[in-house]
Design a protein around this ligand. Structure first.
Ligand SMILES: [Zn+2]
Ligand SMILES: [Zn+2]
Length: 135
């Protein structure tokens, strides 16, 4: 299995690059190809002010304006992951569903190391909490 890394962020609905302990994970999910015109990739609709409407409950093809619900689009997506296992050091590639699960108390995309079978979580990035530094 060889994953194809995205050429640009435009192709992705999600992209992250994390260090996890002594390992790392680079994960991405491609936008779904428009089933209607097969040229565009579905993305969140653009609001009148030109900004992406991240909270919209549907995705839209930028070319033909075909729409699909969030649920419909996201259940068909998969997360592709290139990783180095923080437990055994194995470097590999895998895929998992584009669906966050609670992992160690944090919403995360979870995958298993192909070598040691340990579960590895890519946690949702939390907003930085202000540290109370006295120095
Ligand atoms: Zn289209
Ligand atoms: Zn491992």
């Amino acid at each position: 299995m060889a994953l194809k890394k995205p050429n640009s962020m435009e192709e992705c609905i999600y992209f992250t690059n994390r260090s996890i302990g002594d390992g790392f994970a680079i994960a991405w999910a491609y936008r779904k190809e428009c089933p209607k015109c097969k040229k565009g990739r579905l993305g969140k609709p653009i609001k009148k002010n030109g900004k992406i409407d991240k909270k919209a409950d549907n995705y839209e093809c930028p070319l033909c304006k075909y729409q699909e619900s969030n649920e419909e689009v996201e259940k068909g997506l998969q997360l592709e992951i290139e990783y180095k296992c923080p437990y055994c050091g194995h470097e590999g590639e895998t895929t998992t569903e584009y669906q966050r699960k609670t992992f160690e108390g944090v919403p995360s995309y979870v995958f298993e190391c192909g070598e040691c079978g340990k579960k590895i979580g890519i946690s949702k990035r939390m907003k930085k909490t202000k540290k109370k530094d006295k120095s």
